[in-house]
Design a protein around this ligand. Structure first.
Ligand SMILES: Nc1ncnc2c1ncn2[C@@H]1O[C@H](COP(=O)(O)OP(=O)(O)OP(=O)(O)O)[C@@H](O)[C@H]1O
Ligand SMILES: [Mg+2]
Length: 150
């Protein structure tokens, strides 16, 4: 287990940390983002998705109503496969039955990068490495961000 703690003093700093995290990801991998409303989970995700090479930050929005957003991976280099990136928000999910309607099983059949807000609503699928990121609202624009990987 490795644990790293960061302090962010602005929205831009959090996006920038996300870009660094995203650039180092190798699919399949699950990222569990925890923290209260407004802690910065979606903000960090903007950086992660763009750092992984999928799309531009302004196109990355919260999947509050649709629950799942899918981004295509970076342009595949010759021979290399480029993983899809899923951004899932489980805040509105209530119970196992509700969760089952989301079709997560199909996503976990892929070799993808999967980012989940409010991950306490689900169990990680067997065999997927999980990176757990906790965001703590310290002050108006200050966040403590802890990144733990198994
Ligand atoms: N250092 C910071 N890091 C991240 N966001 C910050 C920071 N300082 C201020 N903010 C602001 O806090 C808000 C964070 O909102 P965001 O949607 O990312 O939170 P969230 O954790 O996804 O919330 P929710 O659970 O409602 O989805 C944004 O408006 C962002 O600009
Ligand atoms: Mg959010």
């Amino acid at each position: 287990v490795t644990e790293q703690r960061f302090e962010s003093k602005s929205t831009e700093e959090t996006i920038s940390l996300g870009r660094q995290i995203g650039a180092g990801l190798k699919a399949p991998v699950l990222l569990f983002l925890s923290g209260e409303l407004g802690a910065g989970k979606t903000t960090l995700t903007k950086g992660i998705v763009s750092g992984a090479g999928a799309t531009r930050e302004e196109e990355i929005t919260s999947p509050t109503f649709t629950l799942i957003h899918k981004y295509a991976g970076p342009e595949p280099a010759a021979g290399a496969d480029s993983p899809s990136i899923y951004h899932i928000d489980l805040y509105r999910i209530e119970g196992a039955q509700d969760l089952a309607t989301l079709g997560l099983d199909d996503i976990f059949d892929e070799k993808a990068i999967v980012i989940v807000e409010w991950p306490d609503r689900m169990n990680p699928p067997v065999g997927w490495p999980v990176i757990r990121i906790d965001l703590e609202h310290v002050a108006e624009e200050a966040r403590a961000i802890t990144v733990r990987s198994e």
